[in-house]
Design a protein around this ligand. Structure first.
Ligand code: NAI
Length: 416
């Protein structure tokens, strides 16, 4: 074990190892890409820092980077999604880990700063936590950086803002925007895992309930699909008129959120925005309403307002806080408004993260191999890497895509 790792309990390693091995068994794309690309020596000796939800699937990515020869340091991207047994297994394997489950704010910050202090050359980031801190707090280390890749929509928004201010001195590959990432992970992965976490944590029946989905982007589309699939009356609230119309065409009810607040049994946010469920909604909600968030940060539901204004607050079930409103109604919030699928469950299905982490692994490999040719700033993942992930997955399914005949190619590329 690397001596300077900070983890909760090294004796949990064997439990974490079992979890990682399970993820490994169900990650055929990542395993193929490791054999064919990752292990070619490009990552050998490279210092890689990762800020990710520290559970088994992400741990498997860190393990493969380590096996590809990189010197890997990891920190958690969310205080509640870190699993201590997984951290122990990674540390035992030789990955440097700065993460514990539910640390104080100061500890969480310290872990991220310790990760940056390793002077990484490549950063695999989630929410631009490492990149943002590196630029603001450790400009002295910027010269070491070859590049970074970004996992999620919220991080991409921050990176766009950094790019607009011209403060990104190295390339950051938008892994989130790869088709094999957001079309599957944000949509199906988040929808599937958030609904399953909701059911597990509440032990309630979804069928017949009114589920209000806030946001109809990639995450919202998945949340609505799985809520409806489980038999819920599903209402979508979204500011973009085209997306709202799309929700209507998909067969969902569409409403303004203040109207939906009065009839919803369960509310799930997936917007990447701030206070999308706030006091105006809480005042209208039925007693017993259940609130969960699938967006990146824990401020989509204004939990701070509930904490300040509720008459009483108590844990009524593992991961469920009940807020008693001044008028006697109760509002229930799952995992304090943090990502319901990751802080309240094991996150996305393994097969979905197999695609996402294949994208991330190829992004790190691409940075290591082509560092001099990639311009600084936010950059797309090369389309051929996306294609490689999709075709590798199809290979593992034993499916051969259609090939167009020469005649068809000619027909489709001619204007006559
Ligand atoms: P997106 O940009 O595709 O969709 C967000 C949608 O929310 C947009 O359509 C936007 O118009 C809408 N929105 C903004 N403000 C709103 C408001 N006040 N009320 C209702 N809707 C509003 O983004 P995407 O990819 O769907 O991601 C959403 C969030 O989920 C981000 O924070 C992202 O980082 C996070 N995410 C979480 C995952 C998880 O595992 N829980 C996985 C992937 C993404």
């Amino acid at each position: 074990m690397i001596k300077d790792s900070v983890i909760k309990d090294p004796s949990l390693a064997s439990k974490g190892r079992l979890k990682i091995d399970w993820a490994a068994q169900h990650s055929p794309v990542l395993n193929t890409i490791f054999k064919n690309q990752l292990a070619d020596g490009a990552l050998s000796g490279k210092k890689v820092a990762m800020c990710i939800h520290l559970e088994a699937k992400t741990a498997y990515l860190a393990q493969l980077m380590n096996e590809a020869g990189a010197e890997v340091t990891v920190a958690g991207s969310n205080p509640l999604s870190t699993q201590d047994d997984v951290c122990a297994a990674l540390a035992e394997q030789g990955v440097r880990v700065f993460a514990t489950h539910d640390p104080s704010d100061e500890e969480f910050e310290q872990y991220l700063e310790q990760t940056i202090e390793t002077a990484p050359e490549i950063m695999v980031d989630d929410g631009a936590e490492l990149v943002g801190r590196m630029i603001e707090k450790r400009p002295d280390l910027l010269d070491n950086v070859i590049g970074a890749s970004e996992e999620t929509t919220t991080g991409i928004l921050k990176l766009k803002a950094m790019d607009a201010e011209d403060v990104l001195p190295f390339p950051v590959l938008a892994a989130n925007d790869a088709l094999c990432k957001h079309m599957f992970d944000n949509r199906y992965g988040t929808g599937h895992s958030s609904l399953s976490s909701l059911m597990y944590n509440t032990n309630l029946f979804i069928s017949g309930k009114t589920v209000v989905v806030m946001g109809f982007g990639w995450v919202g589309r998945g949340l609505a699909k799985y809520a409806k699939g489980m038999g819920a009356r599903t209402i979508v609230c979204e500011p973009d008129p085209v997306k709202l119309l799309e929700a209507y065409a998909e067969g969902y009810e569409i409403q303004n959120s203040l109207d939906a607040a009065e009839i919803g049994d369960i509310f799930v946010t997936g917007t990447g925005n701030l206070k999308v469920l706030n006091s105006e909604h809480f005042e209208r909600m039925k007693t017993g309403a259940i609130l969960a968030n699938a967006g990146h940060y824990d401020h989509e539901i204004d939990v701070a307002w509930l904490e300040e204004n509720a008459k009483a607050e108590r844990e009524v079930r593992n991961n469920i806080t009940e807020f008693e409103m001044p008028d006697g109604r109760n509002i229930h919030v799952i995992v304090k408004g943090r990502l319901v699928n990751l802080a309240g469950g094991d996150g996305h299905p393994v097969e979905i993260m197999d695609l996402t982490f294949a994208v991330q692994a190829l992004a790190a490999h691409h940075l290591a191999k082509n560092s001099k040719d990639i311009p600084s700033g936010l950059q797309p993942i090369p389309a051929e890497l996306d294609q490689l992930v999709a075709s590798t997955k199809l290979d593992t399914l034993g499916v051969v895509p259609e090939t167009r005949t020469e005649e068809q190619e000619a027909y489709q590329t001619s204007w006559r």
